[in-house]
Design a protein around this ligand. Structure first.
Ligand code: FES
Length: 177
């Protein structure tokens, strides 16, 4: 058999193999399996996302403390006269917070990222209130609840302890808005 004939036969066989292969693939099944795989992935992803947010929402609804955080020194009481506040970070360096010695002599602390759009909140001692200057959001300094402007949720409360004239952060609470 000549080389030309061999080449021609080989080309014909390759072509018919290809046709057989394509015919063997049932396109309906293929679509069905792809759809099934996509749905499985989508359901799995949304369940994982839902489960990851449950602990936070449950804690927020029940007003519970977060699991243990480190005890962190914030300031010496002697350095914080009434009407003053000091910024610190708690529980991580990405969580700005404010310790306030109110004009009434109380010590309170909150995470200071506004619950509207995260601008920093400041203590206005003249009005004894927490103010977010971005959109004039106001929070009650005694409990961190929003009292005016766009914010709808409380500021997370930082639990504090005073020992030997030093103020420590010891925990954090999310309250239900
Ligand atoms: S970011 Fe605080 S009021 Fe808008």
């Amino acid at each position: 058999m000549s080389n030309e004939c061999k080449k021609e036969r080989h080309a014909k066989r390759s072509k018919s193999d290809m046709v057989n292969l394509i015919q063997n693939v049932d396109q309906k099944d293929d679509l069905k399996y792809n759809r099934r795989a996509f749905l499985k992935t989508a359901v799995g992803a949304s369940m994982a996302l839902g489960l990851s947010t449950v602990p936070f929402s449950v804690r927020a609804m029940m007003g519970l403390s977060e699991p243990d955080h480190e005890r962190v020194e914030i300031a010496k009481l002697a350095d914080l006269p009434e009407g003053d506040s000091v910024t610190f970070y708690y529980p991580t360096e990405n969580d700005p917070a404010l310790l306030i010695h109110t004009v009434n002599g109380d010590l309170v602390a909150y995470n200071s990222a506004c619950t509207h759009l995260m601008c920093p909140v400041f203590y206005e001692k003249e009005e004894d209130v927490l103010l977010c200057p971005c959109h004039k959001g106001y929070f009650d300094v005694n409990n961190g609840h929003p009292v005016a402007g766009p914010p709808q949720r409380e500021l997370p409360l930082i639990e504090i302890e005073v020992e030997n004239g030093t103020v420590y952060a010891v925990g954090r609470q999310f309250r239900h808005g």
